[in-house]
Ligand binder design. Structure first.
Ligand SMILES: NC(=O)c1ccc[n+]([C@@H]2O[C@H](COP(=O)([O-])OP(=O)(O)OC[C@H]3O[C@@H](n4cnc5c(N)ncnc54)[C@H](OP(=O)(O)O)[C@@H]3O)[C@@H](O)[C@H]2O)c1
Length: 318
């Protein structure tokens, strides 16, 4: 194609000249692929092949004025290929490799970040080892984002921490290490902390069936600077497991029974993953970790009408 050949020749001649004169690349090649349009906001979405990031990619690709970059460690996976076939820009980067993240975030206005936790545990790492990996990866991402000159908003999917709230009496590593990342971002990356929004996801009803539950993330992006430094609750409906299992039985027609158990019994049954989750259930029994305080931005401020929220029944039923 003539146009393509022209732009290749231009870059080939222009780049060495520009580098010689200015000591850095021109960015022209990126501009050719990704023409500058001040009204378009580019969003890099981590975890794009799964629940949180995947849901966000699907909403954002339909949002006028947004351009989404789906970040994956494996562009050859079926999910990544499907995203690419839908016209979504899929970029390979790893949470273990800061340079790859720096490149993936180059030129974006927003980054959505979710960390990988359960895979390490299911691959046989101990709870502490999995937490340490999550924290290390969870710091590589904001450190990389800090060198993105165009960045306006860093949205981080985190959780409350039982360890911090109960001074070590309840330990929930998959939540506690995320809270370590919050604290480290505040102390080690204050400039990034000034443009961060924290999302508190609750237990996914998706753990019982698939459903798209992403609207609050999309609204935090759209809200921009009003959401800086704020926490946003993504657990808009609070239900007991007994309520959930009754509803689940009615919807699926299968008999489910709620039975109370102990942390020890769960740990014996499910081993490290059981010992991760059962203290979380204890945590929500003794307090409401998702209770909103002054640091929260309300659903109304995010433009979410509570009556629009698809509840547990709507999600499981769909
Ligand atoms: N389940 C719940 O009820 C619940 C509730 C609240 C919070 N959470 C938290 O949500 C997080 C998981 O989110 P999720 O459920 O959306 O995802 P997920 O199903 O756990 O999948 C992990 C995602 O991370 C990506 N990933 C893994 N390793 C990577 C690496 N080295 N470099 C780049 N990307 C990597 C994977 O993408 P690729 O494989 O494509 O690279 C995948 O998209 C966990 O931290 C969990 O604690 C879960």
């Amino acid at each position: 194609m003539r146009e393509h050949a022209g732009s290749t020749r231009e870059a080939r001649v222009y780049e060495p000249w520009f580098k010689m004169m200015h000591g850095e690349r021109s960015g022209l090649d990126r501009a050719l692929q990704d023409p500058l349009d001040k009204n378009i906001k580019a969003i890099a979405v981590t975890g794009a092949t799964r629940s949180q990031g995947g849901g966000l990619v699907h909403i954002t690709k339909k949002t006028p004025g947004s351009r989404v970059r789906a970040i994956t460690s494996n562009p050859e996976s079926n999910t990544a290929k499907k995203l690419a076939s839908e016209g979504i820009k899929v970029i390979q980067a790893s949470f273990n490799n800061k340079d790859s993240l720096v490149k993936a975030f180059d030129g974006v206005q927003s980054v959505f970040v979710v960390t990988n936790r359960w895979e390490h545990l299911f691959q046989g790492k101990s709870q502490a080892e999995s937490g340490e990996i999550e924290e290390e990866q969870g710091m590589n991402i904001p450190q990389a984002a800090s060198s993105t000159h165009t960045l306006e908003h860093y949205i981080w999917s985190t959780t409350p921490s039982a360890k911090r709230m109960f001074r070590g009496k309840i330990i929930t590593p998959h939540m506690d290490y995320k809270a370590n990342i919050n604290a480290r971002i505040k102390s080690e990356l204050p400039l990034l902390a000034a443009i961060i929004s924290y999302l508190y996801f609750g237990y996914y009803p998706q753990n019982m069936a698939f459903f798209p539950f992403i609207k609050p993330i999309e609204r935090v992006f759209a809200t921009g600077s009003l959401a800086y430094g704020k926490y946003a609750n993504v657990a808009l409906k609070k239900w007991t497991f007994e309520q959930m299992i009754i509803e689940w039985s009615e919807i699926t027609g299968k008999r489910g029974v709620f039975m109370e158990t102990t942390i020890n019994a769960w740990t014996t049954l499910w081993r490290p993953p059981g010992n991760e989750l059962s203290p979380q259930f204890k945590f929500v029994e003794v307090c409401d970790p998702w209770e909103e305080n002054d640091e929260f931005i309300s659903p109304e401020e995010l433009g979410i009408n509570r009556s629009e929220v698809v509840g547990f029944r709507g999600n499981i039923g769909s």
